[in-house]
Design a protein around this ligand. Structure first.
Ligand code: CP
Length: 307
């Protein structure tokens, strides 16, 4: 179903494909935890190209590649590649495509994933393109929701923080719409979800509420997806200073929220969730980061034809 496909954004998926990825990830999770040697991608080579910083996405992809029995070649920063000499993205991808079986790329420019996929014969996976999309994060978010809540739909989720620049919420919004969850968007006025995304989600049948009242939103939410205010996306540092720390989730707030609320965050965290929340049983963000390994194993195996 996914063999040979590019993974560019979350709008491209059907429910059937999501179920396949979730079930494949669950199988890999069991195998890894049972200590099985896995060879689904033995003999293949994957390029891991990161032109923007990453801890979780790059390392979980590279661990996934290793655990599947494939080999990885990597660019961990633009300065160590010929991009520093002025090479175009299209030329870099055409070159790497001749060496490998699958390409994974993170790049600071929105739309770069499409350019890369257009210049690659092999499957291409978007690991984050600027303020655009981060589809593999949304897949691991969905896998985490399935594990934490036992269901994928019929719930209310609050998206909190930098909804303008946050590619993770741009991506997860499409899955929440597809799975028929209600969304509440809470952000400073200057960091609202882009109007075109909100309109597109509503056109797909999503129920969406926008507010600045976090306390009220949390009182009716089954989950809250917290995001960092992204300093690196601000052209004006004074504006960043003005909005940073606008919303900080702490244990006092959780105690007043809907009972059993699940706290999600793509990480890295700065100060938007205080560390006193980490011991709360519904704080799922580190489990969420660990789930990325199994979901990325599933996606790599599926697009490469290894399952
Ligand atoms: N969530 C996420 O994309 O984290 P990294 O930037 O560390 O990869």
């Amino acid at each position: 179903m996914l063999k040979g496909k590019d993974i560019l954004n979350t709008a491209q998926f059907t429910l059937q494909e999501l179920n396949l990825i979730m079930n494949t990830a669950a199988n890999f999770e069991k195998k890894v935890k049972d200590g099985e040697i896995i060879r689904n991608m033995e003999g293949q080579v994957v390029a891991s190209l990161f032109f923007e910083p990453s801890t979780r996405t790059r390392l979980s992809f590279e661990t996934a590649i290793n655990r599947l029995g494939a080999r990885v070649i990597t660019i961990a920063n633009a300065a160590s590649s010929s991009v520093a000499k002025g090479e175009s993205l299209a030329d870099s991808i055409r070159t790497v495509d001749g060496y490998v079986d699958v390409i994974v790329m993170r790049h600071p420019m929105k739309g770069s994933a499409q350019i890369a996929a257009d210049n690659a014969e092999h499957p291409f996976i978007n690991a984050g393109d600027g303020t655009g999309q981060h589809p593999t994060q949304a897949l691991l978010d969905l896998y985490t929701i399935r594990k934490e809540k036992g269901i994928l739909g019929g719930q209310t989720i609050t998206f909190l923080g930098d909804l303008k620049n946050g590619r993770t919420v741009h991506s997860l919004g499409y899955f929440m719409a597809l799975c028929k969850n209600k969304m509440i968007f809470v952000s400073p006025k200057s960091l609202k979800m882009p109007a075109e995304i909100t309109a597109d989600l509503r056109n797909r049948g999503a129920e969406i509420e926008e507010t600045e009242n976090l306390k009220e939103a949390l009182s009716v939410s089954d989950m809250v997806y917290v995001t960092r205010i992204q300093r690196e996306r601000f052209a004006d540092s004074a504006e960043y200073e003005r909005v940073k720390g606008s919303y900080i989730v702490n244990m006092n707030m959780i105690n007043q929220a809907k009972k059993g609320i699940t706290i999600l965050h793509p990480l890295p965290r700065v100060d938007e969730i205080s560390t006193d929340v980490d011991d709360y049983e519904g704080a799922a963000y580190f489990r969420q980061a660990h789930n990325g390994l199994y979901v990325r194993m599933a996606l790599l195996a599926l697009v490469s034809g290894g399952v």
